[in-house]
Design a protein around this ligand. Structure first.
Ligand code: ATP
Ligand code: MG
Length: 644
């Protein structure tokens, strides 16, 4: 079968599946449906909340490593619907969902605007877009057939019957018929509301069905018809004055009824323009064009803007009425660089990406972005803070540095609301690629591209200085240390085994030393004294000398013992300080050979062989390609093992 015939089959099934769904019926049929499932008549906030929740919710607690390190073990809710789309945004997402939840229960929030506030490129628009998509995936709603605002059929039920209705169905009815349907009821069905036809309708962003968007308007062209529709001049000739059939109810609040109304960069608009927003929230009514009565409105109002606009708006007293109806959720940048990397990966995947990305490239870019976003701390330097925010253990002078992540967060306010944006980094990635002759990006080329871009685009001298310092010094050193370990790993054959064996030996000897016992030689089975020279050769790697060794050895022994008692598996990575010591020891063990071999000039045949094997390992096991391996090795040989 040709591709086209195959595809046309899909078209056919799609069309047929659409056909099945369209319902047309009477109030009677609708009541039967409600009897089965009262949720069908849910209001907008509830529908949206349920729809998002439907995808699943996981609560992480201290049993989860990341939760434990980053949130001090306080539980975190992970909403499946957002999980693979938004990264490092758990707390803001929780707040958004808390808003929807309260609103779904008809709390005060159902009469408030949700405002997402955050710096450029923090994902506000993307988040709202994703929320709107949830509605598109929702089941179709029941509407009065032909109603321009797709209103709830229960509006047909007269006031005098509503209490009884609520008692019998457990459903509260809010709102009354819109002018158009009221007119039709009287003129077409002689007031017999059981005759009014009911249809189904789904949500669509592009079709403007249940989802209305208000773009920021130039003050001169701001016209409330964008919000509430207008009187259609061409129809004014056909219908008598005040006939609702002359209304064009196509404003954002009409379109977004029962779904979502979104205000893009909301405070760029004049305050007068926003008054409709007040009545819509407070009274759940919006004005109708012309002389008609107010129209009931039920919808989620979402707005977003950046901090500068918000501060300006907030400072004006006349805006208090609106401020009082806003629930603000900050959407800061991610401060966890491993999550930031996931954002870049997501954005890269979207383009036609066919280049080589050397290991650590995105990591270095993400580290830079996060460093630029952090506020200075009195307790730790920026790089350390960045690592703690990434959930890493910090080892200093042979000890695990105890810094409480909560304390660091409390030290400052509103962190993540400034700094380098995701877009800035993505542009640098594009630039690095454009400059590459080998169709690849490496940590070295991304850093160069970022430096160039900082110099070109950041005008604030203080900010610029900081950014350059991070790129030229902090991350230069950090990358070298990452690279040194990686090249060592590629050099040392069976790195893992060697590390593991150093670890086991160290534990045996340290334990014997602490307990004043002998070590059994693993081969000869002979008893021997703990090997002081061996122990010291590991400890000196992390600067442990003299009497400090006693504590260090005792700490390790009890740490490992405690782990074993809890039946946890221990390996050479279990205890940060020892892991670092073992890594350094292995790095030191190949230092000389690294220095000689990476210099292309001085290689002899034997060294050449060793070099080639190392390059091959970098390619096979560490995701380099030939070009990127060559580039990083050259970089390492120029910067790491300078001939002393
Ligand atoms: N935490 C995040 N997780 C996933 N993607 C993100 C995140 N932050 C930003 N992005 C992505 O970055 C891009 C830019 O974000 P977006 O346009 O939504 O930002 P914005 O906050 O609306 O910025 P602006 O104020 O400039 O309009 C989007 O493609 C978005 O998906
Ligand atoms: Mg935006």
């Amino acid at each position: 079968m040709s591709t086209t015939s195959k595809f046309l089959e899909n078209v056919k099934t799609h069309q047929e599946s659409k056909k099945d769904k369209t319902f047309e019926g009477s109030l009677e049929e609708y009541l039967h449906i409600l009897e089965e499932d009262p949720a069908v008549a849910a209001l907008a906030h509830k529908r949206l909340y349920k729809q998002i929740l439907k995808e699943g919710l996981t609560v992480l607690d201290e049993a989860d490593e990341r939760c434990n390190r980053l949130f001090n073990g306080e539980s975190v809710k992970i909403y499946e619907y957002f999980y693979n789309h938004f990264f490092g945004m758990e707390r803001p997402l929780e707040k958004v969902m808390r808003f929807l939840h309260s609103a779904a229960m008809r709390g005060e929030e159902s009469r408030q605007v949700l405002l997402l506030l955050g710096p450029v490129g923090a994902g506000k628009s993307a988040l709202i877009e994703h929320i709107k998509k949830a509605l598109e995936a929702a089941n179709p709603i029941y509407v009065l057939q032909g109603c321009p605002i797709r209103e709830e059929p229960l509006h047909l039920i007269p006031r005098s019957l509503r209490d009884e209705f609520t008692e019998m169905y457990g459903i509260q009815i809010e709102g009354d018929l819109c002018p158009v349907c009221r007119h039709r009821l009287i003129n077409e069905f002689a007031g017999d509301y059981t005759k009014f036809p009911i249809a189904q309708s789904s949500f669509s962003i592009r079709g403007r069905k249940g989802i209305g968007v208000v773009p920021p308007m130039d003050p001169n062209t701001q016209d409330t018809s964008l919000l509430i529709g207008s009187e259609d001049i061409s129809k004014l000739d056909i219908y008598p004055e005040d006939d609702p059939r002359a209304l064009s109810l196509n404003g954002a609040f009409n379109v977004g009824n029962r779904g979502i109304v979104e205000f893009v960069e909301v405070f760029k608009n004049e305050i007068e323009f926003l008054h409709t927003m007040i009545t819509a929230t407070q009274e759940k009514n919006v004005p109708a064009p012309g002389k008609q009565a107010m129209i009931y409105f039920d919808g989620v109002i979402l707005a977003h803007c950046n901090e500068a606009e918000w501060n300006k708006f907030k400072s004006e007293h006349t805006n208090e009425a609106i401020l009082d109806r806003i629930v603000r959720v900050n959407i800061p940048y991610s401060l966890e660089f491993s999550q930031e990397v996931k954002i870049y990966k997501k954005l890269i995947k979207r383009s036609d990406y066919d280049y080589h990305l050397a290991p650590h490239t995105l990591e270095i870019a993400a580290m830079f972005a996060v460093l630029s976003r952090l506020k200075p701390s009195n307790k730790v330097d920026p790089l350390t803070k960045m690592k703690i925010y990434n959930g890493e253990e910090i080892v200093e002078k042979g000890l695990i540095k105890k810094v409480d992540i909560g304390d660091l967060r409390e030290e400052v306010e509103d962190e993540g609301m400034t700094g380098i944006s995701t877009r800035f980094v993505m542009k640098a990635i594009d630039a690095a690629l454009a400059d590459s002759t080998k169709n690849m990006i490496t940590p070295i080329s991304i850093r160069d591209a970022l430096i160039k871009q900082v110099k070109e685009q950041i005008v604030n001298p203080e900010e610029r200085k900081h950014c350059l310092q991070f790129l030229q010094k902090t991350l230069h050193e950090e990358y070298l240390s990452i690279l040194e370990k990686e090249i060592t790993k590629a050099f040392v054959t069976a790195y893992e085994e060697q590390a593991e064996s150093l670890f086991n030996n160290y534990l045996d000897h340290a334990e014997a030393y602490v307990n004043n016992t002998k070590v059994k030689d693993r081969v000869t089975n002979e008893d021997m004294e703990p090997d002081e020279r061996f122990l010291a050769s590991i400890e000196e790697q992390i600067g442990i000398k003299g009497s400090a060794k006693n504590n260090f050895r005792a700490d390790i022994s009890s740490y490992m013992f405690a782990k074993l008692r809890r039946s946890e598996i221990i390996d050479w990575r279990s205890y940060g300080p020892l892991r670092e010591a073992i890594e350094s020891r292995l790095v030191a063990s190949v230092k000389d050979i690294s220095r000689i071999v990476t210099k292309s000039k001085s290689r002899d045949t034997k060294q050449k062989k060793k070099f080639n094997a190392m390059v091959q390992t970098l390619i096979d096991d560490y995701n380099y390609n030939e070009d990127s391996a060559e580039e990083v090795i050259k970089f390492a040989s120029n910067n790491l093992w300078r001939d002393s």
